[in-house]
Design a protein around this ligand. Structure first.
Ligand SMILES: Cc1cc2nc3c(=O)[nH]c(=O)nc-3n(C[C@H](O)[C@H](O)[C@H](O)COP(=O)(O)O)c2cc1C
Length: 170
């Protein structure tokens, strides 16, 4: 039997959410016996969705919502017969500032995954309880690079999803 695969997919215009996606992948890589696919939502194939044991979605915050591209991607997920039911699901986001949409976007994606019957997994740390998030544009966090403290949360999320895929034999 081939190893379980985790699909990590994201929308990113200026690279911050991509940096978080790469950190999620790094976390998955720490777990022996699981593989991952890392790619932008625009390139995801239906077969990759159907074969994945877990799907981890990442979006920037746009006006306190997920981006239109992410919403469209979610709306296009296969639904008939609920083929995504019982797959693990997790989320990560990047937002410019504190408390101007991050959690709303996480829950927006989580709610959609729950409509599909997916089982939602939070991050490894209390500070990533709903998933991993990064602040990319306010105060000391307004750097070109996504700060390490946030990348660590993303890594912990990937590792946890990887471990749970093995534990649940998903
Ligand atoms: C049109 C637009 C709307 C945005 N709205 C918000 C917002 O409501 N709250 C927030 O925290 N950041 C907001 N941002 C900032 C982005 O979420 C932030 O820069 C994010 O890290 C960009 O991710 P990316 O580099 O992966 O594209 C907005 C950015 C754009 C372009």
């Amino acid at each position: 039997q081939s190893p379980s695969t985790i699909l990590i997919t994201y929308h990113s215009e200026s690279g911050k959410t991509l940096a978080m996606a790469e950190a999620v992948a790094k976390g998955v890589k720490e777990v022996q016996g699981v593989e991952y696919i890392l790619k932008p939502i625009a390139e995801v194939l239906e077969e990759e969705l159907l074969n994945a044991s877990a799907i981890i979605l990442g979006s920037p915050v746009y006006n306190a919502n997920m981006t239109a591209q992410m919403q469209e991607f979610i709306n296009s997920l296969p639904f008939e017969g609920r083929p995504l039911k019982n797959k693990l699901g997790a989320v990560f986001v990047t937002g410019g500032g504190f408390s101007i949409g991050e959690e709303a976007v996480m829950f927006g994606m989580i709610r959609a995954m729950m409509i599909h019957g997916m089982i939602i997994v939070g991050g490894d740390e209390l500070e990533a309880a709903f998933g991993a998030s990064a602040i990319t544009g306010e105060g000391d966090f307004a750097e070109i690079e996504v700060q390490d403290i946030f990348l660590k949360k993303a890594e912990g999320l990937g590792r946890r999803v990887g471990e749970l895929v093995l534990k649940t034999n998903n």
